[in-house]
Every structure is written in structure tokens, then in C-alpha cells.
Write a protein that binds this ligand. Sequence first.
Ligand SMILES: [Zn+2]
Length: 273
Amino acid sequence: MPELPEVETIRRTLVKHVKDLKIEEITLIWPAAVVGWEDKTFEGLVTGRRIQTIERRGKYLLIMLDEDLTLIAHMRMTGRLNYFAEKKEPEKHTHVVFRLEHGELHFSDTRKFGRIQAIPTPLCICKSSLQKLGPEPLGEGFTPAVLKERFGKKKVFLKAALLDQTVLAGMGNIYVDESLFLAGLSPDRRVDTLSEEEIVKLHHAIQKVLQAGIDARGTSFRDYRDANGEKGLFEQALQVYGRGGRSCKVCGQTLERIRLAGRTTVFCSRCQR
Ligand SMILES: [Zn+2]
């Protein structure tokens, strides 16, 4: 599933192509990819509007259109938004085609979990899935004190707390495992046992890992590609994710692979306490 660094990379690659372009026509090949409106209403609402910019909140992309309409795109497992400079035949899993003044934007998804929602911009935050999201981990206001406050009095495992989008927006399995490794914290530590010093380490690790992910243009473990169809390079930098049973790059001990918070979790029991 694309996480914050992948969605941010899609945003950056996409906005360069589509900013200020008008949406001239929409084709809903698999209408269920669009939620909240009847097909014809959606087409009528969106056609003729200009894309002002693209923002990101957590793992959601916000395609801001003129006249106060926003398209919220959630890629879920395998969703993709690709820009093509020339007219292109939809592929097997292309569900929505936006024909723009110049080029086309294709929303495709092999697993069909990804969704696009059109919502009036003023309601964007309060009437959508964005409402309950926790803070942006790379946002200016995110400090160790905020992280501590978000954990509150929870008695859950670190792994579960960091996957919880209402605690912190944007992290998934890859970047949670990587952040915990860098912070030297075991994923099965309960959040209420962390010292001040450990919170500071974790805060630093989260920001460092997410920024490194963005700098490498994301991790292409399975289907992820940016808006130009290119893979990210962060896979080479992974310390633990996807490396269960192999040796720790720091101490050489075999990495553990366990099931935690419903997800495969890889960690080093020597480096992480
Ligand atoms: Zn180790």
C-alpha cells in the first residue's frame, strides 16, 4: 500500500503535469471507483473545472479544483494515478479517465479498493475520511510532545499505535517497521512504557525515515509507481521491512518475523528493545 512517501511522490510528479489544466471530459469505466455521487452527477460536477493544485493529507491526495470542489483520492492497496502526455487507450484495470486540456490522467487499480470522492472544498475536512486523521508527521507542528500527547494513555503496542491513522497520519507497515528499527524500539513495547528520551528518539526516527523515503521517491515493493509510472528507490535502503529471517544490517543477528497488530512485523531483538 502506498504510504506517506509514495503518496507524496505521486503528488509531486503529478502536480507538475496537471496544475492549471482544465478537465475536459471524464470517462467512468468502473463507476464504483467514484463514491458519493451518481455517475452523471459526478461527471457534470467535475467536467470543465480547472485543477488548481494537488495537496496531500496522510495517505490521501487532494486534487483541488476551481469553484471549491476537491477530489479526494485514496490509493489503498494498488491504486495508481498516471499522467500521459498523449491520448492513451485505458488498460485492463483503468477505472477512470480524466481527459485534460493537455494529456490524460488515468486512475487505475488492480485490486479495486482505491476510491475517488468529490466533495465541496469547505466540507473536505469535516465530511470526509480526513476528519479523524492525526497530525502530519513531517508537519511543522509535529514535535515529540505532540507524539506523546497522541499516544495519550493508550496501552497498545507501538506497532499498533503507529499504524493507527488517528494517532499519526500517513504511516503503514513499511515505514512503521523502519522507524522502530531506527529508534531502537521493539514493536511490541507498549506505548505507555516509553521514556521521554525514547519518545524523542522515535519522533526523530519517524521524521528521518519518512524524509528518506520521499528523497528516494518511495518504496516500490509491489505495484507502486509514481505518476510518471516510475519506481521508487527506497527498497534498497530498507533495514527490516521484507527482510525477516535475514541478518540485521547493523548487528548481524537474524531478524525476527512476527504477527503484530494484524500485520507481518520484522525487527531485530538485539537492536530493538
Ligand atoms: Zn540488529
